[in-house]
Design a protein around this ligand. Structure first.
Ligand SMILES: Nc1ncnc2c1ncn2[C@@H]1O[C@H](COP(=O)(O)OP(=O)(O)O)[C@@H](O)[C@H]1O
Ligand SMILES: [Mg+2]
Length: 357
């Protein structure tokens, strides 16, 4: 078992920079949690506090109900995998993987068994006598994971483990990590700035900005119902389009747009009659045909989809992701509809919802 409870955790560094504010979360045994957000938002700091590599300034950290807020890293039974792999260049792959067990003075036969088992899982059996420099980036990454696996930790902590791999290898290694997690059934905290990694790996995503947790939820929850403009803009690629509009007489007006709303949409906005709001529309929720005129600038055919970029009447940039192959040219007018619409309060940036339950 490895349940983690993070309770009102703050991090204030010695120079008085507060990197994390009131981080609160219950993590279930075996969950794969991805912390995602832009560079500098406090992801690594949070992970390092869980690992015991940074002091927790305020708040509590429990592992299966035991308070480990002040426990030294070596007593936490967690294993961390870093972006740069941190392998020892002069040691063989075998010795790199065995290192932490050798330090712990475990029995040589036990070490041997564990290293071979991890090498088997990670497809490294034929590499064990080599040195790190003789391996590809992807293999080195797997050695770093192997080093964590041999320790059979209660919690795995991964800090941007795929950042040094090229795009193709990132995809395949991501899938390997998913399979590995299924196989080990271990609690795993995974840090990345890449929303695609977060969407594809996570049981639940924690989206952070400037030290604050913005939303915690399944990938689908964050994609379908982002709590605020930050999450809406961060999750999803290409990013959501945003428009400043006013709601009056059943119509949204602004930035060169005039969009009639359905009864359901008007009902959602019933507290905002006569007010300005932020409208969010994902590129994939724009389709051809309809009342909205977009002046096209570029047409990018991706094969299965086409990204059409352009402007509304008021020169507000907008991107649409259409199915299939398109041939719009610079200057064309594309008539379009906005299908699913997200509404946000302009002042609080929070999603406007009707709590009907
Ligand atoms: N050792 C440190 N001392 C002071 N400030 C730090 C230290 N480490 C990180 N920070 C600051 O804390 C904030 C969060 O950093 P970090 O957790 O590394 O972000 P992320 O991993 O999301 O990119 C940043 O503003 C960073 O400059
Ligand atoms: Mg980081």
């Amino acid at each position: 078992m490895a349940e983690l409870s993070l309770q009102h955790i703050d991090k204030i560094y010695d120079n008085n920079v507060q990197a994390v504010f009131d981080f609160n979360m219950e993590i279930a045994d075996g969950e794969l949690i991805v912390l995602v957000g832009p560079s500098g938002c406090g992801k690594s700091t949070t992970l390092r506090m869980v690992a015991g590599l940074e002091d927790i300034s305020n708040g509590k950290l429990l592992l299966d109900g035991t308070d480990i807020t002040r426990a030294p890293a070596k007593d936490r039974d967690m294993a961390m995998v870093f972006q740069n792999y941190a392998l020892y260049g002069h040691m063989s792959i075998y010795d790199n993987m065995a290192f932490s067990l050798t330090l712990r003075k475990e029995d040589k036969n036990v070490i041997h068994k564990k290293v071979l088992a991890a090498a088997e899982i990670l497809d490294l059996t034929s590499q064990l006598n080599k040195k790190p420099a003789q391996l590809s980036g992807g293999q080195r990454q797997r050695v770093a994971m192997g080093r964590a696996i041999v320790r059979s930790p209660r919690v795995f902590l991964f800090d941007e483990p795929l950042s040094n791999l090229d795009a193709k290898l990132r995809g395949s290694t991501r899938r390997e990590i998913l399979l590995l997690h299924k196989r080990l059934q271990a609690t795993l905290l995974y840090v990345t700035h890449d929303q695609t990694e977060a969407m594809t790996l996570a049981d639940r995503i924690v989206c952070m900005s400037m030290g604050h947790v913005q939303q915690i939820g399944t990938p689908m929850e964050l994609y379908d119902s982002p709590d605020n403009i930050f999450v809406a803009g961060f999750i999803g690629l290409p990013p959501m389009n945003f428009f400043d509009v006013a709601f009056q007489d059943g119509v949204l007006k602004g930035m060169g747009l005039e969009i009639p709303l359905s009864a359901e949409e008007q009902n959602r906005l019933s507290d905002y009659v006569g007010k300005e709001i932020t409208l969010g529309v994902r590129p994939e929720d724009i389709s051809e045909g309809g009342p909205i005129a977009i002046r096209v600038t570029t047409n990018e055919n991706l094969g299965m989809n086409t990204l059409v970029h352009g402007y509304t009447g008021d020169k507000k940039a907008v991107s649409a992701k259409l199915k299939g192959w398109k041939n719009y040219r610079n200057g064309d007018i594309m008539q379009a509809s906005f299908n699913k619409k997200h509404f946000f309060d302009k002042e609080t940036t929070r999603a406007i919802r009707k709590e009907e339950q």
